[in-house]
Design a protein around this ligand. Structure first.
Ligand code: GTP
Ligand code: SPV
Ligand code: MN
Length: 607
């Protein structure tokens, strides 16, 4: 303790006095520390060893703690308007939850005092981004969950090397408790301590502080991820003139050895990990992975946008991942991986929806809920939770980009937005310019997924795939994005919109997706080189007839159905966007967005 930098010491001491843990462990980030922790987690029945693989583990959570809790996630600023736009009278904001710092303090005071009694408080010094990179930031997380420590060890760079680089600098304060002091007053489910009734995830923007209580799950508890890298990060980015985005980063190399880097924002469970690790089914192309979830991006002194992945691992959606859809992810997760809420097999392995063809016929499946001899036919429930995840080191990814830890970041040539749009939205189109591109980001909508606790499979507005992660007023966020248009000497990347999820009238996907998405990346690559392969449409630039390379596709695709732009649909879309912007962003909507919406309406009407 006494060797900690003074500011860290003071923060840790404050948390000890508040939470009253039985003991304190300062994480050094060593292999031995991790081994002991995993052993302890196994002994305590929180992790189960998966003998089929090397150093792989299974956690099953309390079934009430399986996803991010958006309802219970708050941003605290003195002024409400700094956090969310004032919605139109009578309308509830969908752009985040605000609480005043004073009220939040009161809420925290009802939860944190003595919350770690009987438990160990772990202190995790962690770096978001390569240690020492000018784009990186440091956090200190205090937590009473050893599962969180083991996961943070994968997802971030952590330990003494971070303290060495911090010296007496500032850091983001991160306090986390599962909220179940010992002795327990009620039994646990699956040995997974949590307190769903009192869960609260709080962010204090004015003092770069996060306090999370009651949940041990992913985005609620691995505070470097969504809380720091996006909610605190986006606010830092606004202040300091950069971007913190819910984006993957990939490298794309063509047969001539030319290489581009692309960042892409899709909402949770809409395909970032899959695109970031894609095995191109279009010969000649190679994809390399820089990051699968979060990008921190800044224009350098030459006006080139550069991005780092602040994370050190992948916390990926398990269901749907297979050797067919994402062989690179399958390779990555064979060792040193923590699986959460997947099903297990009688040969000591894992199973989830999508792996049916990849397990031996004679193995038995136990579902994530503990149902033995699970079969699809017999059971009404899925084998794995739809938001079950793998937590795995980035370094194990076979196609990790060699520049992935480059301190100055990789140069970004294009930005892609996308979502799950069953109707009306074409496979790919390009924005006319930066302003129109920002409008495309603002207009993103997608079907709800299991990554958060949403009920229906409804179409939700999810601007920039950031709706659950904005750290400040979305109107101001739009102004921030727009402001780069007026800066001199910036090489603004081209902006695109993609949709892998358009369906036919039978509800089947019109596009094969996954490795075949390389065909869309190829088109984007050629557009970065300004090839003359676009045709104007009311919504943006579409691929010219025949410019999308479909050679060698297994099954023919219906290009007309993939690319048509139904007039009625788009008039409705304009109406829906108008309603959303007026109700939700209201007076904070930048005039350029309104202007772009008007222009879109005109173009659709005249089409
Ligand atoms: P988060 O980690 O929640 O941010 O999700 P993500 O955006 O990284 O999504 P991910 O790549 O994990 O994909 C989520 C689900 O979508 C998985 O079940 C995938 O199998 C499926 N998916 C991904 N890409 C495609 C695609 O091109 N086509 C289809 N049909 N499904 C896809
Ligand atoms: C997401 O929901 O976008 C995730 C998973 O990447 S979580 O870390 O839980 O936020
Ligand atoms: Mn995500």
């Amino acid at each position: 303790m006494s060797q900690l930098p003074e500011k860290v010491f003071n923060y840790v001491e404050e948390n000890i006095n508040l939470c009253k843990p039985d003991s304190v462990h300062i994480c050094d980030g060593s292999q031995m520390e991790n081994d002991i922790l995993l052993y302890q987690l196994q002994k305590d029945g929180i992790l189960k060893k998966l003998p089929k693989y090397k150093n792989c583990w299974l956690a099953k959570t309390d079934p009430a703690d399986v996803a991010r809790v958006e309802r219970l996630t708050y941003i605290s600023t003195e002024l409400k308007r700094d956090t969310i736009p004032t919605p139109k009278t009578g309308v509830a904001s969908q752009l985040g939850n605000w609480m005043s710092p004073a009220d939040m303090e009161e809420q925290l005071f009802m939860r944190f005092p003595e919350c770690m009694k009987g438990r160990t408080m772990y202190v995790i010094p962690f770096s978001m981004g390569p240690i020492g990179s000018p784009l990186s930031k440091i956090g200190i997380q205090c937590t009473d969950s050893p599962y969180v420590v083991a996961s943070m060890n994968i997802m971030t760079r952590m330990g003494v090397k971070v303290l060495d680089s911090l010296k007496d600098g500032d850091f983001v304060k991160c306090l986390h408790s599962v909220g179940r002091p010992l002795p327990l007053t009620a039994p646990l489910h699956n040995n997974w301590p949590c307190d769903p009734k009192n869960t609260l995830v709080a962010h204090f923007q004015e003092r770069n502080e996060i306090c999370s209580f009651g949940s041990g799950y992913g985005g609620n508890s691995l505070l470097g991820k969504k809380c720091f890298a996006l909610r605190i990060g986006s606010k830092l980015a606004q202040r300091e003139g950069w971007f913190a985005e819910h984006m993957l980063i990939l490298g794309l190399e063509n047969s001539k050895g030319e290489k581009k880097y692309i960042a892409a924002a899709f909402p949770s469970a809409c395909g970032k990990t899959n695109l970031a690790m894609m095995t191109p089914l279009l010969p000649g192309y190679k994809v390399t992975c820089v990051g699968d979830d979060i990008a921190w991006m800044r224009f350098d002194e030459n006006g080139q946008l550069r991005a780092i992945n602040p994370e050190n691992g992948f916390f990926g959606v398990a269901p749907g991942t297979s050797n067919k859809t994402n062989p690179c992810a399958m390779d990555t997760i064979q060792t040193n991986t923590i699986f959460t809420n997947v099903a297990e097999t009688s040969d000591g392995g894992v199973f989830w929806e999508g792996l049916e063809k990849e397990i031996d016929d004679d193995v038995e499946i136990t579902s994530w809920l503990g149902e033995e001899h699970w079969t699809k036919e017999k059971s009404s429930k899925t084998a794995a939770h739809p938001n079950s995840r793998f937590c795995t080191p980035a370094s194990q990814c076979p196609i990790l980009d060699k520049e992935w830890e480059c301190p100055k970041g990789v140069p970004i040539d294009a930005i892609i937005f996308g979502g799950r749009r069953p109707d009306g939205v074409p496979l790919v189109y390009e924005a006319f310019n930066w302003q129109h591109g920002v409008f495309l980001g603002a207009s993103m909508r997608s079907e709800a997924t299991a990554a958060a606790e949403h009920k229906a499979k409804s179409l939700m507005h999810d601007p920039f795939a950031m709706r659950p992660f904005f750290g400040y007023n979305f109107g101001d966020y739009l102004k921030h994005w727009m402001s780069f248009q007026d800066k001199k000497n910036l090489n603004l990347p081209k902006i695109f919109h993609v949709n892998w999820f358009r369906k036919n009238s039978e509800g089947q996907f019109l596009w094969p997706g996954f490795g075949e998405n390389a065909r869309v990346l190829d088109w984007i690559f050629r557009r970065i080189n300004n090839e003359d392969i676009t045709q104007k449409s009311p919504i943006g630039l579409l691929p010219k007839f025949d410019s999308l390379n479909l050679d060698g596709l297994d099954n023919p695709v219906d290009l007309e159905a993939l690319f048509n732009i139904p007039k009625e649909f788009w008039l409705d879309e304009v109406k829906a966007l108008e309603k959303y912007f007026e109700e939700q962003v209201n007076v904070d909507l930048p005039p350029q967005i309104r202007e772009e919406l008007k222009k879109l309406e005109e173009r659709v009407k005249n089409s």
